[in-house]
Structure formats: structure tokens, C-alpha cells
Design a protein around this ligand. Structure first.
Ligand code: ADP
Length: 528
């Protein structure tokens, strides 16, 4: 250890490392960029000088890492280190001198930036305090650049102006646009007001450091969709991996390799685009489904109110027409009587339609009860309700043991009555034979209503459950709402409904009820 040098603290060593690494990164970065410049590529002397600068800077960087790897900072021999880097630095200075005589315009400005980086290193070798990179005399900010382009709009966050400039130019070469933030605070402000596709974030910054910026981005919902790529030095790998755990998209080591930068930026921005598109689609879908739900609700409310309010006036029309018919019946001509009877029939059909519509919409608007309902009792009640038709057609209605359901009794009556009513209505020449049974299928119960009626063509089997779908409209009265009601009742019992049928032989309607709506072993208790 050099006795003339005060021993280094851990923080002192970290500071020194940071201060030296920045000019070294500038030397490596600018030399790489100039190597791709046309003027330099065509000049062998420039090319050789740039290669020299890069390899010597890398040599010093390696040396710096070797020194910084010491666990105890007191073991660091600064004097030996200064001497060790003096040689490569001389090569660097000579090469920069070559460049400055051969370059013009922007490339010359880069050579001057390298010169100021080399000057900082020289200052350290000569025993002066390592200090942050001197402000470049070239204006580096990307004012007036287009805000966005198709490749992506980036925010570069680094307290070091040269680092920012180098990175910005690297990304611009890759076709991106970039803005720069010199501190964590500035970065957050810009992120809140701008629309960026990715952030390139330096970890070590005075004030709000990179990790704190990342923390704020992750916690702020409006900012968190912006992917963050952390820029760190090789020996900050722990910090970089913590950033990944915190939600950073990726990390890159400084000096940033153009090849890696290209690949990772491309992947990161593509991912963000996909994600943005997905979020947009999800939002659109959400909006659409909300609108649809609202429209549906409004439609339901309208249908309910309309059918409810139409009932009374319609009843009046039917009654008045019937009175008229009775009063004038004998005095009217045959043709006129026919007109009145058409009017009565039409008004009745309308009344039925409104009644069924109301029933259908009440299924989703009215509060449902869940009481024990004996299917067998409901079947008896339904047969009684339809007694006139049962007697008239000479129907035989049989059933197996049926379970007790936990449901709204009125709805079960509606379900059974529609199915039995249809079996009676769509009968064949034979007297109707209707059988009802139910079987336990574990997670649900399956009910079956079979008849020997007209049957249904296979292509209509699914359509008949839609509202107003009627296959035999000319020959039979009806509204086309009965099976839609059945479907809704069954769905509310956690099941589904379908039909199997052979035209001319009969149909079997099946529906399931989830086990949760079946009270096994329960018998319905009637009040005394
Ligand atoms: P509606 O009976 O008022 O016409 P539904 O919704 O109850 O309305 O039935 C829709 C259509 O399905 C009926 O018009 C009829 O063509 C057919 N259908 C229903 N049940 C049967 C059945 N058991 N046998 C033959 N066809 C039927």
C-alpha cells in the first residue's frame, strides 16, 4: 500500500470506480460509434486509431474491475494502479491526436468528447481528484426531434451528459427517437407528461437513483406499462438483478454493446407493443360488453314496462269488442261479424304475446325464491291446469318418481306447463302419450319429457329455443316464447335444455338441474 495515499473507504472506492468508469465508457462507446462512421471506415489511420482507443480503454477498464474487486479497500494500491494505466492512456491520447487531425464535423466533435474523457483519466493518473465528466462544449440535447417514430420513442435517464449523448446516438442509429433526463426527478416528470415506449435507466445517480425511479414507475399504474431497461456496470450485477425482481424488463452492462442494445430494445419494444395492443383490445371488449349490458338492461326494462302497461288497455279492447259482438251480433251482416271476430282474435293473440313477454322478462328482473318444490306436485298441478286439453285429446300422462327441487315454484310450473302444453298441442293423429322421468347424474339431475307427437326436423332442434321461433305457426296458436322461457328457467337452475326428436314419431325434451338445486330425500312439508 502506498503510505502517501490515505486509505480508501468502501464508499470512496465505489465513487472512484464510478468516476473512472464513465470516461472509460465514453472512450469505448464513441470509438465504437466512429468505427461505423463512413469517413472513419474509409480512412485506415482513423480506423487503426479507433481500434487502439477501444482496446486500451478496455484494458484500463479490466484493470479497474480487478482493483475494485478487492474486498478490503485498504488493500487497494492506488499508486500502482495509476502507474498501470498511464501506459495505455498514452496510446489513447496519441490516437485521439491522430483523429483530431483527420476528422471534421460531427466525428470531430466525438473525438473531442473522447479527448475530454481521456483528460479526466489523465487528471486521475496525475493525482488529481477524479471528478465527474466535464460538460461538453457541444450541445447534446435532442431538442426539436420528432416526438415519435415507428421504431419507438425512448427516454434515456443518466446523470452523465456524455453517457446520455452516446446512448441517444446509439439508439438513433437503430432508428429510435429519444429524449434525455439528467436526473431521476426529471425522468419521472417526463414520463408523466410524455408517451415513451421504453426507458433506459442508469442505476447510479445522485438524488433519486435508478432503483428509486423504478420503484415509483412500478407503483404508479399510469407509468407501469412502460418497460424499463436498467443500465448498470458489470460489478452492479446484484443491483441489476434486484431491478429485474422489482419489475425491470431487462438490463444492459455499460459500455452498452450496440449489438445487444439492438436485440434487446427490439424485443422489449415489441413486447410492449403486443401488450399495449392486448390491453387496448381488452379495454375495447370491456367497453363493448358494458354497452351491450346496458343496452340489454334498457331493452329488458322497456319490454317489461311496455308489456306491463299494454296489458290493461288491451284487456279493455278485448272486452269492448266482445261486448260489441254480443250487442250487435245479430244485427250485423255475416261479413261484418267476421271482421269483429278477426279483431277479437287479433287482440287476444296480442294479449297472449304480451303476457308471455312479461313472463320472460320477469324471469330475470323479479327476485327468485329458492323453496323446496316437489316436481311431482307441480306436474299434477300442471295437468289440472291443462285438464280441458287433456280430456279433449284423451292424453295419457305418466311419470316416474321425481325429485324435490330448490327453486321458485312459479318458474317450475311455467317450465312444466310449457313442455306438457306443447306435447299436447303438437300432437299427431294418435292420442298423446306423455312421460316424465328424472335421473340422478351426480353433479346434476336430468329430466326427460317425451311425447308421441309431430316431432321436429333435426335442423330446427336448436332454433326452437330462440324467441319467436315457431315451426307450426299457421296451424297452431302460440307466441314462440314458451321454450325461450323454459331455457331461461333451466339456466337459472344451473342446467341446459335440448331436444331429441324423430319427425312423425315424437320428441323428447331433456333438461338438467344442477345438484345444488335438488333437495335430495326431502319431502315437501305442507302447512297443516
Ligand atoms: P309456441 O308453442 O308458442 O309456438 P314454443 O317456444 O313453446 O312456442 O315452441 C317453439 C316451437 O317449437 C313451436 O312453435 C313448435 O313448432 C315447436 N315445438 C315445441 N314443442 C314441440 C313438441 N313437443 N313437438 C313438436 N314441436 C314442438
Amino acid at each position: 500500500m502506498n503510505p502517501a495515499e490515505p486509505p480508501l473507504s468502501i464508499e470512496g472506492l465505489a465513487e472512484l470506480r464510478h468516476a473512472l468508469r464513465t470516461p472509460l465508457n465514453h472512450l469505448i462507446g464513441y470509438s465504437e460509434m466512429l468505427m461505423e462512421d463512413e469517413a472513419c471506415m474509409s480512412d485506415p489511420d482513423c480506423n487503426a486509431a479507433l481500434k487502439q482507443i477501444r482496446s486500451r480503454a478496455e484494458e484500463i477498464l479490466e484493470c479497474l474491475h480487478g482493483m475494485a474487486a478487492r474486498e478490503d479497500p485498504r488493500e487497494v494500491d492506488l499508486k500502482a494502479f495509476r502507474m498501470r494505466i498511464a501506459g495505455p492512456l498514452t496510446y489513447i491520447n496519441n490516437s485521439i491526436a491522430v483523429l483530431s487531425t483527420r476528422l471534421n464535423g460531427d466525428p470531430l466533435a466525438d473525438a473531442l468528447r473522447m479527448n475530454s474523457a481521456a483528460g479526466e483519466l489523465l487528471g486521475f493518473v496525475e493525482g488529481k481528484q477524479a471528478r465527474p465528466s466535464a460538460a461538453s462544449r457541444i450541445h447534446l440535447l435532442s431538442e426539436g426531434r420528432p416526438a415519435h417514430d415507428r421504431s419507438g420513442h425512448l427516454l434515456i435517464v443518466d446523470d452523465n451528459e456524455g453517457n446520455r449523448d452516446m446512448l441517444r446516438r446509439q439508439v438513433e442509429r437503430l432508428g429510435y427517437t429519444a429524449m434525455e433526463a439528467a436526473s431521476g426527478g426529471e425522468a419521472l416528470e417526463m414520463l408523466r407528461s410524455g408517451n415513451f415506449d421504453a426507458v433506459l435507466l442508469d442505476l447510479m445517480m445522485p438524488g433519486i437513483n435508478g432503483m428509486q425511479v423504478l420503484e415509483v414507475i412500478q407503483e404508479d399504474e399510469t407509468l407501469s406499462p412502460v418497460p424499463v431497461m436498467v443500465l448498470s456496470a458489470l460489478d452492479q450485477i446484484e443491483g441489476a438483478s434486484r431491478c429485474i425482481e422489482m419489475g425491470a424488463e431487462d438490463y444492459l452492462f455499460k459500455p452498452v454493446s450496440a449489438v445487444l442494445l439492438r436485440a434487446r430494445l427490439h424485443a422489449t419494444i415489441e413486447r410492449k407493443r403486443l401488450w399495449d395492443r392486448e390491453r387496448l383490445r381488452a379495454r375495447e371488449l370491456e367497453d363493448l360488453s358494458r354497452e351491450l349490458k346496458q343496452a340489454n338492461e334498457e331493452l329488458k326494462r322497456f319490454a317489461y314496462v311496455a308489456s306491463h302497461d299494454l296489458q290493461a288497455p288491451l284487456r279493455t279492447v278485448v272486452t269492448q269488442l266482445q261486448l260489441l259482438d254480443r250487442k250487435l251480433g245479430n244485427k250485423l251482416e255475416r261479413e261484418d261479424r267476421q271482421f269483429v271476430s278477426y279483431a277479437i282474435e287479433g287482440a287476444r293473440r296480442m294479449r297472449d304475446l304480451i303476457r308471455d313477454l312479461l313472463t320472460y322478462y320477469q324471469l330475470s328482473t323479479k327476485e327468485r325464491k329458492a323453496e323446496p318444490v316437489s316436481s311431482e306436485e307441480v306436474l299434477t298441478e300442471v295437468v289440472e291446469n291443462l285438464a280441458a286439453s287433456v280430456v279433449e285429446t284423451g292424453a295419457a300422462i305418466t311419470h316416474d318418481p321425481l325429485p324435490v327441487l330448490l327453486a321458485d315454484r312459479i318458474q317450475i310450473v311455467q317450465l312444466f306447463q310449457n313442455l306438457i302444453g306443447n306435447a299436447l298441442k303438437y300432437r299427431s293423429e294418435q292420442p298423446p302419450k306423455i312421460h316424465v322421468s328424472a335421473s340422478d347424474e351426480g353433479s346434476s339431475w336430468r329430466f326427460l319429457f317425451s311425447d308421441n307427437g309431430l316431432g321436429i326436423e333435426p335442423r330446427y332442434r336448436e332454433h326452437i329455443f330462440e324467441m319467436f321461433r315457431r315451426l307450426h305457426s299457421a296451424d297452431f296458436p302460440g307466441t314462440g316464447i314458451g321454450l325461450a322461457i323454459c331455457q331461461r328457467v333451466v339456466e337459472q337452475l344451473g342446467g341446459r335444455i335440448w331436444v331429441e326428436s324423430t319427425l312423425g314419431e315424437g320428441s323428447t325434451f331433456f333438461f338438467t338441474v344442477s345438484a345444488a338445486h335438488v333437495a335430495r330425500g326431502l319431502t315437501v312439508e305442507h302447512p297443516a
